[in-house]
Design a protein around this ligand. Structure first.
Ligand code: NAD
Length: 365
């Protein structure tokens, strides 16, 4: 059991590990007794956990109002977020009521975005149900929806009041979603922890990812603890991404462009990030920032986790057209997070677009 505090002054909160999320949920909702609770899920999570959640609420005398989003990244839109705001206003929500968001990163980002807009801020409790959302999207207060021009181009910074993480939810998680979560776990290892990288390597060599549902809780507690600690430390130091927090975007500039170019249908977020991390490592090697061995070791671990390292059939030109409207481009120059060693990355500003283009032309098939 761990409790990690995200230190943000008056906005501080805890990320709590729990074997039994229903018990932890009861405690998290204690301050909201007598208040309205909006339970926000997507249709998949609702069909699996909706009933059992409701029965726990009934037993603890809470009677939440339920709001269900259609599932999928393609539905992470302003229109869907507005639907939730409309619904909350129709139900007369106040700023001392609460949004309880239970689901993957799509629902987490979109629900918290709606919460930040509604009445200038309704409190949020996040109960992430995917590995990716537990190690990453539910922590740190980045909310948002996609725009036709790119990923997460509309959004706010809005911190939750509490986050509850639990491997309880993994038993129903499709294997592809488990792999996609490992994409972000490997990202943490690459940016901050050689030890985590080694642990993952050793573990996945002995315990194939297809067995992930049977991994012991001790493994999950260790992995979640390390990732949550890295994320909360970085966010505590740089909430609004003016510096250090950018390292969390390792692999994301290209990853987001891949997701946009393929209309969110070909790759999951973690798969696209895996390809993006490989591209970042290839660029780092091309610029002389890291050794060839780093590229190969990272590729090997990504493959062990069943993740792709190459985007088939994608034109570099198309990716660049998308990257140009990415929030990370300033004055026509690109800032990239590039690896130096396993566990160490560097934020490299003012990289000439042409240089990256040239390297990618050489290394991509
Ligand atoms: N805000 C941030 O800092 C941040 C960081 C990383 C990623 N993200 C965002 O997170 C999103 C990706 O999140 P995701 O990978 O969780 O995707 P997701 O929310 O689409 O969930 C993946 C799929 O799994 C289903 N699902 C969720 N929990 C389940 C469970 N326990 N059992 C069975 N099915 C379940 C969902 O219905 C969905 O079909 C992207 O939109 C990405 O931009 C945000």
């Amino acid at each position: 059991m761990f409790k990690e505090r995200v230190e943000l002054g008056a906005e501080s909160y805890t990320v709590q590990y729990s074997s039994d999320p229903y018990v932890s949920l009861g405690s998290a909702l204690y301050p909201y007794q007598g208040k309205k609770i909006m339970m926000i899920l997507d249709e998949n999570v609702d069909s699996i956990f909706g009933h059992i959640l409701m029965s726990h609420f009934n037993a603890s005398c809470h009677s939440p109002i339920k709001f269900v989003f259609p599932a999928g990244e393609e539905n992470k839109t302003l229109e869907q977020a507005t639907r939730l705001v409309d619904f909350a206003l129709q139900k007369n929500f106040n700023r001392d009521d609460v949004f309880l968001i239970i689901g993957g990163g799509v629902v987490g980002d979109m629900g918290a975005f709606a919460a930040s807009l509604c009445l200038r801020g309704i409190p949020v409790i996040q109960v992430p149900t995917t590995l990716l959302a537990q190690v990453d999207s539910s922590i740190g207060g980045k909310t948002g929806v996609n725009h036709i021009k790119g990923k997460n181009l509309i959004g706010t910074f809005y911190q939750p009041k509490q986050v509850i993480v639990s491997p309880y939810f993994y038993r129903t998680l499709p294997e592809r979603e488990m792999r996609t979560g490992f994409g972000e776990v490997i990202k943490y290892a690459m940016i901050k922890s050689q030890a985590l990288f080694n642990q993952l390597n050793g573990w996945l060599n002995e315990n194939p990812l297809s067995e992930a549902k049977n991994y012991p809780e001790t493994f999950w507690e260790s992995i979640l603890g390390q990732c949550v600690h890295i994320k909360s430390t970085v966010v505590s130091e740089d909430e609004k991404e003016s510096g250090l927090r950018m390292i969390l975007n390792y692999g994301h500039t290209f990853g987001h462009a891949i997701e946009t170019a393929t209309q969110y249908s070909q790759y999951t977020h973690g798969e696209a990030i895996a390809i993006g991390m490989n591209m970042a490592a290839l660029i780092a090697r091309g610029m002389g920032l890291c050794e060839e061995s780093l590229v190969l070791e990272q590729q090997a671990l990504l493959r062990l986790a069943g993740l792709p390292v190459q985007a088939d059939g994608l034109e570099i030109n198309d990716l660049f057209n998308i990257i140009k409207v990415d929030k990370k481009v300033k004055n026509g120059k690109l800032t990239l997070v590039l690896p130096e060693k396993i566990g160490t990355v560097r934020i490299v500003p003012d990289i000439d677009e042409g240089e990256i283009y040239k390297i990618l032309q050489e290394v991509m098939p």
